[in-house]
Design a protein around this ligand. Structure first.
Ligand code: SAM
Length: 220
């Protein structure tokens, strides 16, 4: 699986990808991530990626030309181009499963007041939102999608059984509450916050039933 990120802030990602399971996946060559500076595909001497909006208004809009050229240079067969916009389809676990089957995902990170709508209409295969709020750019949404998709790629999570255990037939993801030591936490005198007795019963069937009862699917 290869992730290509088109952004005007490629350095934002450096530190993030050096940690945790993403770093491990990169080291084991289970995933590849490449950030591309959009300015590489500009043609004017100022390397401009934005311009004033037609119809007037405050702020600047990202231009289609460098994005078009960037996607043309990066895209292979069978890849999906993902464009982030708060007006896109809401990202969820089901979409993460679908994306985890792809060979290449290309992310276009918007900035400023937005991106020429022809990018969404003509270049993107999928328009995604990560929630009903407006961020300053598509970089954080890119991280969100890469995290969610990467952990579904075989070998990324060391204990893959975990993933199987918590996945329903419809590829939804089932979550139950977790606890760890101490069994009883006493933050102050007379207060005892206890772990549910089922979990410390040592009875596997009782634990399984408790987890089943408490499970919530996060698939919508
Ligand atoms: N008015 C623009 C629009 O409706 O698309 C929003 C511009 S926003 C300030 C700048 C960029 O941040 C967007 O082009 C998009 O790439 C990204 N962005 C902001 N909120 C987002 C969200 N909830 N989900 C995904 N991307 C988002």
């Amino acid at each position: 699986m290869k992730f290509d990120i088109i952004t005007i802030f490629p350095n934002i990602f450096d530190s993030y990808f050096n940690h945790g399971l993403i770093a491990r996946g990169l080291k084991k060559k289970l995933i590849q991530i490449k950030t591309h500076n959009l300015r590489k595909w500009t043609i004017d001497k100022h390397k401009s990626v934005d311009d004033r909006p037609f119809g007037g208004g405050l702020g600047m809009v990202m231009k289609i030309e460098p994005i078009f050229e960037a996607v043309k240079a990066i895209k292979k067969n069978n890849s999906k181009v993902i464009f982030f916009t708060p007006r896109g389809k809401k990202f969820n676990q089901k979409i993460a499963w679908q994306l985890s089957k792809q060979k290449q995902l290309i992310f276009i990170c918007g900035r400023y007041e937005g991106v020429d709508e022809r990018v969404a209409e003509k270049i993107a295969d999928l328009k995604l939102s990560i929630g009903d709020y407006v961020l300053m750019g598509g970089e954080v949404p890119t991280l969100v999608v890469i995290e969610a998709v990467s952990r579904l790629i075989p070998g990324i999570i060391a204990k893959e059984q975990l993933l199987q255990e918590r996945t329903t037939k419809k590829k939804g993801y089932v979550e139950y509450p977790q606890y760890t030591r101490p069994e009883v936490f006493n933050p102050k005198k007379g207060v005892n916050w206890k772990v549910p007795k089922e979990l410390i019963s040592g009875n596997h069937e009782r634990i399984r039933k408790w987890r089943e009862k408490k499970s919530q699917t996060i698939e919508k």
